[in-house]
Write a protein that binds this ligand. Structure first.
Ligand SMILES: Cc1cc2nc3c(=O)[nH]c(=O)nc-3n(C[C@H](O)[C@H](O)[C@H](O)COP(=O)(O)OP(=O)(O)OC[C@H]3O[C@@H](n4cnc5c(N)ncnc54)[C@H](O)[C@@H]3O)c2cc1C
Length: 443
């Protein structure tokens, strides 16, 4: 951090000295004029730097406390205060420069006083763009980004140096050349700093580490590898994996994030995206050896017998039924309400209905599973009648539950802890993406 800061300050003074020495190529009067006014300009720059340094300290304090909101507000105030001080000083110099120079250096030659006045006015005007980039620099230093300051200082001062060479040595513009080069360099500097600040804000510049306890990314979207009609979701998952590969995010596979691990790593913010777990209903016989949980079936279809009962006709149960039917199994879907895939869009429900007819998938609506036996499922129909549905295997598809306990264990591991996706509230791919994006934008 100190390296860039020291080089930064050294560079500013070096280029200042070089450009001042260049004026000596103009005339003796010009050197005298600049020398007379220089102490005043140094004093004004010191005043601006004092305002900026105060701002750096305030921004750094809020950053240290992790208070993003106050840090952002302080950053705005620093740039504004820097600008207001410059505006007031510039106005004062424009109004009083002539009388001030005459009063302070009344014994000097009239030509020298005239040039000193012109230099003071030019310097005063350049304070406006200077205040803007100086304010932005103060903020960048406060957040520890001294490398960006150094990069911008090099750009601004090189522009100053080359503009001075052009205006003083080539175009022989004398005092006007010095003030012009100040203004051009500072104007461009203000623009570059502003753009850089905007870019940094856009990119947000966080160092991100992604922990994934399994050996693959995508969470529940793994199912799309198994169901041919879910190829659009497979594309979406692969898109995210490609974007991650292209980004600077550190991805740690086979690494389970624990509250202790995350706490020890001392992250500024933690986004908890643990997902959900399959709901296991308290049905007698649910632990029978013929029972499978829905997600565990994908990739293991050949281990199942031909006749299958799927308990739960939500979207997962219905899609699993279509998937198994297309592989030659004979599934029956048991659903306690009168709707299949009740929380899905109408178009998806129509498509499911169509596929059920196509594959001849049997459904038992408004029917409750009241027990599981090795030979099948005991069911209770709407009219209260109980009967046995024979099956080689029973698949439970009774929904997803947030990993709330595991999630809450992360509550105090960092200043900012944000829960997203199914671990916050069980939803869809869309809601998981929305909450993830929102969390990234809030940090
Ligand atoms: C069969 C099926 C079909 C679906 N079809 C659709 C559909 O068509 N449309 C739709 O919108 N939604 C669908 N969904 C729901 C959708 O997949 C989920 O809502 C979404 O994937 C939730 O994303 P998530 O990131 O919150 O959780 P998950 O996808 O569950 O991801 C959580 C991740 O966290 C990892 N993890 C957990 N604990 C830790 C830990 N301590 N350390 C490190 N890693 C950990 C897990 O391994 C997992 O990779 C379907 C779900 C299933 C199961």
């Amino acid at each position: 951090m100190f390296g860039p800061l020291l080089i930064d300050q050294f560079f500013i003074y070096l280029i200042g000295m070089l450009t001042t020495s260049m004026i000596s190529s103009s005339s003796q009067e010009s050197v005298s004029a600049v020398s007379l006014v220089s102490p005043l300009t140094y004093m004004i720059i010191a005043l601006s730097n004092a305002v900026a340094s105060g701002g750096t300290v305030v921004v750094a304090q809020y950053k240290g406390k992790g208070d993003q909101e106050k840090m952002r507000r302080a950053a705005g105030q620093v740039v504004f205060a820097s600008f207001m001080v410059a505006l007031a000083t510039c106005t004062l110099l424009l109004v009083v420069s002539d009388s001030m120079v005459n009063w302070m250096f009344g014994t000097a030659d009239a030509v020298i006083r005239e040039k000193a006045t012109a230099y003071t006015i030019g310097f005063g005007i350049s304070l406006i763009p200077f205040s803007l980039y100086n304010g932005v620099f103060a903020v960048l230093r406060g957040v520890g980004d001294t490398k960006t300051c150094l990069r911008l200082t090099v750009i601004i001062n090189l522009i100053h140096l080359f503009a001075s060479m052009l205006f003083l040595n080539v175009m022989k513009l004398d005092i006007l050349g010095t003030t012009l080069s100040y203004n051009i360099a500072r104007l461009i500097g203000g623009g570059v700093a502003g753009m850089q600040a905007a870019l940094s804000a856009c990119e947000r510049g966080h160092d991100v580490t992604l922990f994934e306890k399994t050996d693959r990314l995508g969470g529940q979207l793994f199912f799309s590898d198994h169901m041919a009609f879910k190829n659009h979701i497979r594309d979406l998952r692969d898109y995210f994996i490609t974007q991650l590969r292209k980004s600077s995010v550190t991805v740690l596979l086979n690494t389970e994030a624990t509250p202790e691990l995350v706490s020890d790593a001392d992250f500024d913010a933690v986004i908890v995206a643990l997902g959900g777990i399959q709901t296991v209903p308290s049905i007698p016989g649910v632990d029978c050896s013929t029972v499978r949980m829905a997600w565990d079936v994908f990739g293991h279809e050949e281990e199942l017998g031909r006749n299958i009962v799927i308990v739960g006709g939500g979207s997962v149960g219905c899609e699993l039924a279509i998937h198994l039917a297309s592989k030659g199994h004979k599934p029956i879907v048991l659903e306690m309400t009168e709707w299949l895939a009740a929380s899905s869009q109408i178009s998806e429900r129509m498509s499911i209905r169509e596929q059920f007819e196509l594959h001849g998938i049997d459904t038992r609506m408004e029917t409750l599973c009241i027990g599981i036996e090795p030979c099948g499922v005991r069911a209770r129909a709407k009219d209260g009648g109980e009967y046995l549905i024979e099956a080689d295997n029973v698949i439970i598809s009774a929904g997803t539950t947030s990993r709330s306990q595991a999630r809450d264990a992360f509550a105090n591991v960092a200043f900012d802890v944000i829960n997203v996706g199914d671990c916050d509230s069980v939803g869809t791919i869309r809601t998981a993406i929305e909450s993830g994006w929102d969390a990234g934008a809030r940090i």
